[in-house]
Each structure stands twice: as structure tokens, then as C-alpha cells.
Write a protein that binds this ligand. Structure first.
Ligand code: P6P
Length: 334
């Protein structure tokens, strides 16, 4: 049984046996993510002081300006997982294609692949607003000892063996699940140790916070417009409070603690939504469901969506179960 103030290392060891694929590899993988998170946190925390903020002068496959910290975080997570010789493949928002990690070596018995958004919300970096890292872990589906293929990465979200995020905020937290609930660990920067601060995190079934970029309102589907108007109506505990940070990890983290719904719908500007299925929506959807919440594209459970390409985007509704279901009802009735 987990107890508060347990360190992340102690928690991983104590709970390793409860993980059905227990072999120690996943524990080592979570530990490598822990290390990379501490290193990236150090850079994020001093971003204003050194010449590491601002555009890196390049753009990623999304056509978005790569911030230097994006590039740094991407390289650090890839390097840490590669050095530890734990995974056979990595896909990243910052990489056009997936990366094989020695998977062509027939002696390579590593069976995990990782998909990652190394620094989500990076447009907030220069204005000192929270950003985050999102990760998603699968077992490969192609035989070990053969090169990983796109098939290993295009798995449904329901096949994830673990998922989590790091939020670099007023404190730095690592929140993750291996399919047995969601636990949050807060970094004590003085000693570089994560401590269990939020055991068994769960969305309240209901909430009073809705998170959406209302600047896109006129471009939203009618069902979303109708739900937003419902949120703003004076009745019962409504109008709700609108809170939108512009950083998925931060909005999700506040909503899982206080109750709420996050929405990034499709729009005439983003016909299939903005968020990426594989390394944003799937991991956050697994966390949401493990935390008694819900995640859909407005009609279909996110974890059931069959991926078709590495960087595909989907509309995304995620949060307190009753709020997501209410929004879905407006989508159905529109
Ligand atoms: P907009 C950050 O770029 C991100 O992927 C999410 O973290 C965030 O919620 C969303 O996009 C913000 O997008 O269009 O509202 O600025």
C-alpha cells in the first residue's frame, strides 16, 4: 500500500510485482524518464537566465517554431532512454519519423517503445507559464530482435502499458499510471528526489471548470457552441468557471484535482483538431480513465481510435466523467 512521502524509487520497487509484465524493464524505463525529467526541469527553471529560450530557428513536422527548450527536452529524453538501453523505438512530436534504438540488432531483446511530447505548451516558455512533458509506453508488436516498424507505433491507446506527464509548474510533478490507478510525485529540488504527494488521483465525477480556447468559438461545431453556452447559463452551480492556461498538461492537472473538462474540438481552422492522438491524447486519455474520468473525440472513446499515422490529430474532450458525457450529449443532439 503506497503511503505519502514514499519516494518514486521506493514506489516503483514496491509496485513492480503488481505490474503484469513485471520484468524490471518498465521500472527501469520509468526511472529513465524520472532522470530526464529532473534534467529538463533544471533547464526549464532557469530558462529566463540563459540563452536557451526563444526559437531554435527550426520548425517541427507540425510546422511549429521549435523553441530551444523543445529541442533540448527532446534530445535529453531520447538520449536518456537510449543510454539506458531499455527501449527499441521512440517517436516524438519533434521528430518527423520514429527512431529505431538498435532494434535491427538481433540480440536486442528490448520490448518497449515510447511516444513523447517532450515539451508541451512550449509557446508558454518565454512568458514563464507552466509547460509539460507527456509520454506513452507500449510493448512492441513486431518480434524482438527485428527492426521496429510503424506498426509498433500505430497501436490503439487501449494497448498502452503506461502513460504519464511531467508538469514544470510552481512545483515539478511526475504523474503516471501503469494501469493500476494514477499517482503524483512532487520533486524536492534541493535533493533531486520525487516524493509521493498525490496518491490515487481521481477526477471528481462532476466539476465547475471548463477549459477551452473561446477565441475559436465561431469556428467550433454547433454542439460545442451549445455546450459552452450551457456552461455559461445561470442555473444550479452554473455558470461554471472558465480556466484555460494554453498548456494541456497544466489544464489537465488542475482539472483532475478540482474537477473540470478540457476541450480542444475540431474547428474550421483545425478540421481534425489540434492535439496529436499518439503522444498527447492517448496518454492523457489513459490517465483520465485510470483517474475515474473520461476522454473522447466527442463521439468515440479516444483509447479505441485506430491510429493511421504518427502525427495524426483528433478532437479531444477530457475530464470529469459527467461533464464529458454532458458535452457528448450536446454533440449528439446538434
Ligand atoms: P491554442 C500547446 O501547443 C497545446 O498543444 C496544448 O498544450 C494546449 O492546450 C493547446 O495546444 C493550446 O492551443 O490553440 O489554444 O493556443
Amino acid at each position: 500500500m503506497s503511503q505519502k512521502n514514499q519516494t518514486l524509487g521506493e514506489f516503483i520497487i514496491e509496485n513492480q510485482s503488481s505490474f503484469k509484465y513485471t520484468s524490471g524493464e518498465l521500472s527501469r524505463l520509468i526511472n529513465s524518464i524520472r532522470l530526464a525529467a529532473k534534467v529538463v526541469n533544471h533547464e526549464v527553471n532557469k530558462a529566463g537566465l540563459v540563452d536557451i529560450i526563444g526559437a531554435a530557428g527550426d520548425t517541427n513536422i507540425q510546422g511549429e517554431d521549435q523553441q530551444k527548450l523543445d529541442v533540448y527536452a527532446n534530445n535529453k529524453f531520447i538520449q536518456t532512454m537510449t543510454n539506458r538501453n531499455i527501449v527499441c523505438g521512440i517517436a516524438s512530436e519533434e521528430e518527423d519519423d520514429f527512431i529505431s534504438i538498435n532494434s535491427q540488432d538481433e540480440n536486442n531483446q528490448n520490448k518497449y517503445i515510447v511516444l513523447i511530447d517532450p515539451l508541451d505548451g512550449s509557446s508558454n516558455i518565454d512568458v514563464n507559464v507552466s509547460v509539460g512533458t507527456i509520454f506513452s509506453i507500449y510493448r512492441r508488436v513486431t518480434p524482438v530482435g527485428t527492426p521496429v516498424t510503424i506498426e509498433d507505433f500505430l497501436q490503439k491507446g487501449s494497448q498502452q502499458v503506461a502513460a504519464g506527464y511531467v508538469v514544470y509548474g510552481t512545483s515539478t510533478m511526475l504523474v503516471y499510471t501503469t494501469g493500476d490507478g494514477v499517482n503524483g510525485f512532487t520533486l524536492n529540488p534541493a535533493i533531486g528526489t520525487f516524493y509521493l504527494s498525490h496518491p490515487n488521483m481521481e477526477f471528481p465525477e462532476d466539476g465547475t471548470i471548463y477549459s477551452v480556447n473561446e477565441g475559436n468559438y465561431i469556428h467550433f461545431p454547433q454542439g460545442i457552441k451549445n455546450y459552452i453556452k450551457y456552461c455559461q447559463m445561470e442555473e444550479g452551480d452554473r455558470p461554471y468557471t472558465s480556466r484555460y492556461i494554453g498548456s494541456l498538461v497544466s489544464d489537465f492537472h488542475r482539472n483532475v484535482i478540482k474537477g473540470g473538462i478540457y476541450m480542444y474540438p475540431k474547428s474550421s481552422k483545425n478540421p481534425t483538431g489540434k492535439l496529436r492522438l499518439l503522444y498527447e491524447c492517448n496518454p492523457m486519455a489513459l490517465l483520465a480513465e485510470q483517474a475515474n474520468g473520461k476522454a473522447s473525440d466527442g463521439f468515440t472513446r479516444i483509447l479505441d481510435i485506430e491510429p493511421t499515422e504518427l502525427h495524426q490529430r483528433v478532437p479531444f474532450l477530457c475530464g470529469s466523467k459527467n461533464m464529458v458525457e454532458k458535452a457528448e450529449s450536446f454533440m449528439r443532439d446538434a
